[in-house]
Design a protein around this ligand. Structure first.
Ligand SMILES: *[C@@H]1O[C@H](CO)[C@@H](O)[C@H](O)[C@H]1NC(C)=O
Ligand SMILES: *[C@@H]1O[C@H](CO)[C@@H](O)[C@H](O)[C@H]1NC(C)=O
Ligand SMILES: *[C@@H]1O[C@H](CO)[C@@H](O)[C@H](O)[C@H]1NC(C)=O
Length: 452
């Protein structure tokens, strides 16, 4: 997601690898004997250790930043980076519920959020919907609808693609008319879920309209989408700069997840995903020193950039999920190889901080215990390098083995509670907790029940 790119320090991409391991664990359902024995005392203890980390992160936020956007653990203050109505709080709700932190959860839920927000679909709308799915309190759905209705103003454009910024007070669209595809393509799960829960089809129709606009823009390569599109003309710009990393990532993720969320009924989403994943495999997946990675093009094939951006580490998790849902076993093998590349590239950093979002998915699908070990190593690195006396700080330079303030950034991002700790917790949980046969996770790891 665009806004997260510059902020997402490497260790938060831990989410990417753990997420993939979790997904691969879906295959664990086929190998459930192994998983049952896998949920041993050790895993229980690890699960509890992640839960303790959540308590630690939450208590820093609660004590010094409650109701505000972000906790700054070093100075013990808060900031209002996201409009000032408590983004960490809503983003963390379903993680608290899931971990059985009941006291913290009920306190968090009582807060009367100030909805003076602009575009926060994945964290705010997603967070409220995810908590509602776990708890069924109508108040949460009411809040979600309020947030969803405000954000809806941004879609009043000729193409149905949203403006990137919205001036809430004056109900005006602002920002550039160029939108990155992650922004245009990462609201469909949230609005389709809202449509299902409220019975109001308007939300589904506007989600579909935005998807269609992205699909219909003229492109040079089937299955690959340039990073920027004009929200007035519906034309892509710089037609040959192609990537599945920053600014594009969750667009590809939601192609498949829309298909799953809607009970695998709408063929077109499946076709879009299959076409794009074939194109990514053909054009962007390469091998170096025997390791598979995903690069990108700066302009065209002649300028292929041989580097794996850390945001790209979500992609093997997506391949693994697609392998499971669409029965594409060769994608699972590739997903395992790319996840290993991601894990090792972080592992070889002095701090060992690394991506976790894909590890979880891969674990759930394959049931291979090595992913739990990887996730545990990543968690230990977080504990060692990011834990501060009050919560967790982002690590400035994962290449420095420094446990000290000079290597800490004074911020605890909301996705650390929403996503990183949730994925780690689920990695050590039995696979029926948020089973991937029953739930789809949005790009911020908020669980939505699959629509039957
Ligand atoms: C459905 O939602 C839209 C957008 O908020 C609203 O304008 C419309 O009145 C709603 N329809 C119903 C039947 O509630
Ligand atoms: C498109 O490419 C041109 C250079 O060819 C560059 O100046 C411009 O910033 C690019 N636009 C976007 C949105 O990437
Ligand atoms: C690729 O892009 C570069 C830089 O814009 C350009 O010089 C080259 O002609 C392009 N090649 C092809 C095959 O389009």
């Amino acid at each position: 997601m665009l806004m997260r790119v510059s902020l997402r320090k490497m260790f938060f991409s831990v989410g990417a690898i753990v997420g993939t391991v979790y997904l691969l664990n879906i295959y664990g359902i086929l190998r459930s004997d192994m998983l049952r024995s896998g949920h041993s005392r050790v895993n229980y203890e690890r699960q509890q250790a992640v839960r303790d980390a959540m308590k630690h992160a939450w208590s820093g936020y609660r004590q010094f930043a409650f109701g505000h956007d972000e906790f700054q653990p070093l100075t013990r203050t808060f900031n209002s980076k996201w409009g000032g109505w408590g983004i960490t709080l809503v983003d963390a709700l379903d993680t608290l519920k899931l971990m059985g932190l009941d006291e913290e959860y009920s306190e968090a839920k009582r807060l009367d959020f100030q909805m003076q927000v602009f575009e926060m679909t994945i964290r705010a709308l997603g967070g409220l919907l995810g908590a509602y799915e776990l708890d069924n309190d109508p108040m949460l759905l009411k809040k979600a609808t309020e947030v969803g209705d405000v954000l809806l103003w941004a879609y009043d454009t000729p193409t149905g693609l949203p403006a990137s910024r919205l001036d809430i007070n004056n109900r005006l669209l602002s920002g550039s008319t160029l939108l990155c595809i992650a922004e245009g393509g990462t609201m469909q799960l949230e609005y389709q879920k809202l449509a299902q829960l409220t019975g109001n089809d308007t939300y589904r129709r506007m989600a579909e309209r935005a998807s269609n606009a992205l699909e219909n823009g003229q492109r040079k390569y089937k299955g690959l989408y340039p990073t920027y599109i004009d929200i007035h003309s519906g034309q892509y710009v710089n037609n040959t700069a192609l990537s599945v990393g920053a600014m594009a990532d969750s667009f590809y993720e939601y192609q498949l997840k829309q298909y799953i969320l809607n009970g695998k009924r709408e063929q077109k989403y499946k076709d879009w995903y299959v076409t794009s994943s074939e194109a990514v495999k053909e054009k962007l997946v390469r091998t170096a020193w025997g390791m598979k990675y995903i690069g990108h093009w700066d302009y065209n094939e002649s300028l292929f950039v041989q580097e794996m951006q850390h945001l790209t580490c979500f992609y093997p998790g997506l391949l693994a999920l697609g392998a499971r849902v669409l029965d594409r076993p060769e994608d699972l093998r590739l997903a395992e190889e790319i996840t290993e590349t991601c894990y090792l590239s972080y592992r070889n950093m002095p701090t060992g901080l690394g991506p976790e979002k894909s590890i979880f998915v891969l674990y759930r699908i394959t049931g291979d215990d090595k992913y739990r070990e990887w996730g545990w190593n990543i968690f230990m690195a977080i504990e060692k390098y990011a834990r501060t006396p009050y919560g967790y700080a982002a690590v400035r330079n994962v290449g420095e083995r420094l446990v000290q303030e000079s290597n800490w950034e004074d911020s605890m991002e909301s996705f650390f509670l929403a996503e990183t700790l949730k994925y780690l917790y689920l990695l050590f949980s039995p696979p029926n907790l948020i089973s991937l046969d029953e739930y789809v996770l949005n790009t911020e790891a908020h669980p939505f029940k699959i629509i039957k």
